[in-house]
Design a protein around this ligand. Structure first.
Ligand code: DGT
Ligand code: MG
Ligand code: MG
Ligand code: MG
Ligand code: MG
Length: 281
C-alpha cells in the first residue's frame, strides 16, 4: 500500500552502513553451550562430532554466501571474514549480522542428526549470538585471526590438562583448578607428559589449532583485479567492473571450499593463499 498515511513510520527506522573497504568480520558464538554440552553429553574436553557439526554448518554458510572468503572456528564459535570489497546487502550491518546468525543456526539444527543420530534435539534449541567487527587492514585482520587461534590453544591446553587430572588423576574440579592455578604452558605439558604419558603435540590438530575454512579460488588473476577495486569509483569504471564482478561471483560460487587445521598465525598460510587478503596491509 504505497503512500498510505501510515508510511511515515518508516522514518523511525535506523540503519548502520558498514565502512567500505574494510574486512567485515562476523563472529557467532553458541548461547549457553556450557549447559548444552552437558545436556547432550559432549565428550570432554573436545567432542569431535560437536566440532565437526560446527564446521559443517560453517561450510554450508560459505556455500550460501559467496562473499565470505574464509572462516575460523573453535569451541562453540566461528568467525566469518567477508571479502574486503563485498557490497552484500549494501553493507547494511543488521541485514548482514541477522542473515549470518540465522543461516548458521538453521544449518546447525538441520545438520545435527548427521552428527548425533542417537541424540535427538529437544527444546531449548541451540541458538547463537553474533557481532560484526570491521578490520581496516590485512594486518589487523591477521591479528584478529591470531587472537582467536591463541585463544583456542590456551583453552585447549588448559582443558586437556584439567580433564586429565580429573578423569585420570582422581582429582575433583576444585583440586584440578588449584593445581593448574598460575601454571605456564610448559608446566601443563609436563604434567601431561610425566603424570599421564600424554604428549600434547600428538593431540588432534582440530583440537589444538581449530578449523580454518577457505574458498579455494585464486582471484589474483588480472580479470578479478577489477572486482577488488575500491568501493568508490566513477560510472565508467562501474560499468567495466559489472562484467568482472559477475565473473568473480561465478568463480566464487564454483570454487571448492577447503577445511584445514593448521597454523594461521605464521605467514606461511597467508603467503600461500594471497587471494584471501586483498588491499593494504
Ligand atoms: P555464552 O556464550 O556466554 O552464552 O555461554 P557459553 O556457556 O556458551 O560459554 P562460552 O561460549 O564462553 O564457552 C563455550 C562452552 O561450550 C564451554 O563451557 C565449553 C563448551 N564446549 C564447547 N565445545 C565443547 C566440546 O567439544 N566439548 C565439551 N564438553 N564442551 C564444549
Ligand atoms: Mg558460547
Ligand atoms: Mg564460546
Ligand atoms: Mg578477497
Ligand atoms: Mg523480506
Amino acid at each position: 500500500m504505497a503512500n498510505s498515511k501510515y508510511e511515515y513510520v518508516k522514518t523511525f527506522e535506523q540503519s548502520t552502513t558498514l565502512l567500505p573497504d574494510t574486512y567485515m568480520t562476523v563472529r557467532i558464538d553458541g548461547r549457553g553451550f556450557h549447559k548444552l554440552s552437558a545436556k547432550y553429553k559432549f565428550e570432554k574436553p573436545n567432542d569431535r562430532h560437536a566440532l565437526e557439526l560446527m564446521n559443517a554448518a560453517a561450510t554450508a554458510m560459505m556455500k550460501e554466501l559467496p562473499d565470505i572468503d574464509c572462516a575460523y572456528g573453535e569451541s562453540d564459535e566461528f568467525s566469518f571474514i567477508f571479502d574486503r570489497s563485498s557490497r552484500l546487502f549494501e553493507r547494511r550491518e543488521s541485514k548482514i549480522l541477522t542473515t549470518v546468525v540465522s543461516t548458521f543456526t538453521s544449518y546447525y539444527i538441520h545438520l545435527w542428526s548427521d552428527f548425533f543420530a542417537d541424540k535427538p534435539l529437544s527444546p531449548p534449541m541451540p541458538t547463537f549470538d553474533g557481532r560484526v567487527v570491521l578490520y581496516p587492514s590485512s594486518s589487523t585482520l591477521r591479528d584478529y585471526m591470531s587472537w582467536r587461534q591463541v585463544d583456542c590453544h590456551i583453552n585447549n591446553l588448559y582443558n586437556t590438562t584439567f580433564w586429565a587430572l580429573v578423569q585420570n588423576g582422581g582429582m575433583d574440579a576444585t583440586q584440578a583448578e588449584e593445581r593448574l592455578k598460575g601454571t605456564m604452558a610448559s608446566e601443563k605439558n609436563e604434567i601431561l607428559f610425566c603424570e599421564f604419558k600424554m604428549n600434547y603435540n600428538n593431540e588432534a590438530d582440530m583440537f589444538k589449532k581449530g578449523s580454518i575454512i577457505y574458498r579455494d579460488c585464486d582471484t589474483s588473476s588480472s580479470d578479478s583485479q577489477e572486482a577488488h577495486a575500491p568501493a568508490v569509483f566513477n560510472s565508467e569504471q562501474s560499468e567495466m567492473s559489472k562484467t568482472a564482478k559477475k565473473k568473480e561471483r561465478r568463480r566464487r560460487a564454483q570454487a571448492s571450499i577447503t577445511i584445514e587445521h593448521t597454523d594461521i598465525i605464521r605467514n606461511e598460510f597467508w603467503d600461500q593463499r594471497p587471494w584471501l587478503l586483498s588491499g593494504p596491509s
